[in-house]
Design a protein around this ligand. Sequence first.
Ligand code: PHE
Ligand code: NA
Length: 501
Amino acid sequence: MEGRSQWGTRAGFIMAAVGSAVGLGNIWRFPYVAYENGGGAFFIPYLFALLTAGIPILIMEFTIGHKYRGSAPLSFFRMKGKKAEWIGWWGIFVSFVISTYYAVIIAWAMKYTIYSFNLSWGSDTEGFLFGSVLNIADNPGEVGGFVPGVLWPLLLVWALTFVILLAGVKRGIELANRIFIPTLIVVFLLVVIRAVTLDGAVLGLEAFFKPDLSKLTSPTVWVAAYGHIFFSLSIAFAIMITYSSYLPKKSDITNNAFITGFANSGFELLAGIGIFAALGFMASQANVAVSEVASAGVGLAFVVFPQIINEIPGMNGIFGALFFLSLVLAGLTSLISICETYVAGLQDKFNISRTKSVIIGAGLATICSLLFATRGGLYFLDAADYFINQFGVAAIGLIEVILIAWVFRKLGVFEAHANEISDMRVGMLWKICLTVITPLVLGYMMIELLRINIMKLHDTDTGTYEGYPAEFIMAGGWSVAIFALVAAIIFTFFKWNKTTA
Ligand code: PHE
Ligand code: NA
């Protein structure tokens, strides 16, 4: 086996970590989560979650990767044998599932970048998305045929990903991030500057920042902040452990974690300003309240934004192209990072070359992602996304901190390791965050989520998630989340190749 890869420079690692963290979530998720959960007042739970869970876990994961120098399963195996290894695989299988549909969203964004130039979506942007672009099936659960207009860009996304992954950690991942991240910052700044100079932008910013302090007493707001921080910082996905395993011996872990955390939050804040300025413009054009146009996710990016772009006076095609290009760039750098988790894991466990591991791992992901390029794809994507996030990322985060802090009792060792190489020292406060605060908040969150979702499966009044039929929720949602855990346990049973472990 070739020697272990390493980042070329410190800036290269930070770009890659920030590239992973800054994703679609920053652009289309954060602004809406903040708006829904108290606006300006949301910054209190958000900062609390960032400082008590986000950055402490980032420091912990950077330490794990740096100390054990392995993919997530290998690092956990070196920490506590097979009793720990499965957590690494769980993160990897969750990442695998996410990569299969994340690639599809990037493919749509690529198409929309091109559509922007002549505003191909016309005035009925919703009909255009679901009809002309996705040709969506009538019922959830129907697969239908391939949609060629999605299939081809999807294959292009995978081709790019293959090229970058095959070129290696330094010459592939690091180089791609060094190009994409600065470009993303420039492109997105242009979008935000244009957005805040639109008529009515102030209305949107007022709606976004207006603090609703009464929300602070509601537990769901705090849970939303924690859930968002996990997703947004790419923690508990196996990603940050994998990336930090390529750090050189001399690396300042604590500092890197703070830079990554704050850069991600800075980008989120910028996105909140840009998105709400644009929504304020749209609301004032249509003479409605901002609350009527505010939304998130696929609807915001591919239905509402095209409408906004239609209305912008002057050079609106360019504005649109820059907006969708930001989604492509933010998405690609995150996609590369999730794929790297399984590329590294397969390579370590079965002692195969990086090339083989990319072909097998990303190859399988490509094949699975084809499901989302069918006429029924969007329903599957929606259900898989919801369940894998709730019962993947958050659940892994909870179990990871409980095992490390309470069962394996490794925090003391990690503290010493991090402090030895970092300028800024962690101590009591860091340990309290990981042993008490994070497990309490996440534990509460998990129990509530399970209660609500199990109840929803039976209770016909509240309805299932998105009102989908229960069988579809079982097949497209629950079973996907359960698959990740079962596959992780199976992979843990396989023998380690002697030379790696
Ligand atoms: N941190 C990413 C975001 O905010 C989430 C993500 C990372 C998703 C990596 C997939 C892969 O969008
Ligand atoms: Na993020």
